[in-house]
Ligand binder design. Structure first.
Ligand code: 5GP
Length: 182
C-alpha cells in the first residue's frame, strides 16, 4: 500500500458523483443569488483549489477568482490556532461581492480570522462557501452561507484535501487508514 493512493483509504465518505452533483447545486445557488453582479471568489489555498476549479465551471454568471493562503495544520492533523497570511490577494476586495471558498470548516478558527481580515477591507458583501462542515468540532461561531456536506469528526482527505501533501488528487473524499497518519 502506497501513501497517497486510494488503497490507503479505509472508507469513501463522499463519492466522485456525489461531489459533482453537490458542487453543481452550490454553483446554481450562487449563480441565482449573485445574478447581475460579478462576485469575487476567493479560494483558500491549497485545499480549496480542486473544489473552486469545479465550482466555477458550473457557475453561469461572470465571476472573478483570486487566492489566499493562510497557515493551518502544517503536516499534522491538529489545528495550531494560529492563522498567518502566507499569500495575500492580488485583487482589491473593496466594494466587491466576495465569496470565500474553503474546503472544510473544522474549529472555525481559520474562517473567523479570515472573515475579520476581509471585512476590514470593506467588501460590498462577504459570504462563505465551504464544501465540508465538521460542525461538531466548532469552537467559534461562523456564518456559513453555502455548505456542501456536513461530515462527522474524522480526518478526511481527497478532492484537494491532503495529509502531508498527499491525496489531493483523489476525485473523492475518504478517510485514510489510521496507521497512515498516526
Ligand atoms: P479550522 O481552523 O476550522 O479548525 O481548520 C480549517 C482548516 O483545517 C482547513 O482549511 C483544512 O486545511 C484543515 N482541516 C480541518 N479538518 C481537516 C480534515 O479532516 N482533513 C484535512 N486534510 N484538513 C483538515
Amino acid at each position: 500500500m502506497e501513501l497517497g493512493t486510494a488503497d490507503t483509504v479505509e472508507r469513501v465518505l463522499i463519492s466522485e458523483s456525489e461531489l459533482q452533483a453537490k458542487v453543481a447545486e452550490l454553483a446554481n445557488q450562487i449563480s441565482r443569488d449573485y445574478e447581475g453582479k460579478i462576485p469575487l471568489l476567493v479560494g483558500i489555498l491549497k485545499g480549496a483549489f480542486v473544489f473552486l476549479s469545479d465550482l466555477i465551471r458550473y457557475v453561469n454568471i461572470p465571476v472573478h477568482v483570486d487566492f489566499m493562503q493562510v497557515s493551518s495544520y502544517g503536516s499534522g492533523t491538529e489545528s495550531s490556532g494560529i492563522v498567518k497570511i502566507l499569500k495575500d490577494l492580488d485583487i482589491s476586495v473593496e466594494g466587491r461581492h466576495v465569496i470565500v471558498v474553503e474546503d472544510i470548516v473544522d474549529t472555525g478558527v481559520t474562517m473567523q480570522h479570515l472573515l475579520e481580515l476581509l471585512s476590514a477591507r470593506k467588501p460590498a458583501s462577504l459570504a462563505v462557501c465551504t464544501l465540508l462542515d465538521k460542525k461538531e468540532r466548532r469552537l467559534v461561531d461562523v456564518n456559513l452561507n453555502y455548505v456542501g456536506f456536513e461530515i462527522p469528526n474524522a480526518f478526511v482527505v481527497g478532492y484537494g484535501l491532503d495529509y502531508a501533501e498527499y491525496y489531493r488528487n483523489l476525485p473523492f473524499i475518504g478517510i485514510p487508514y489510521k496507521k497512515v497518519y498516526e
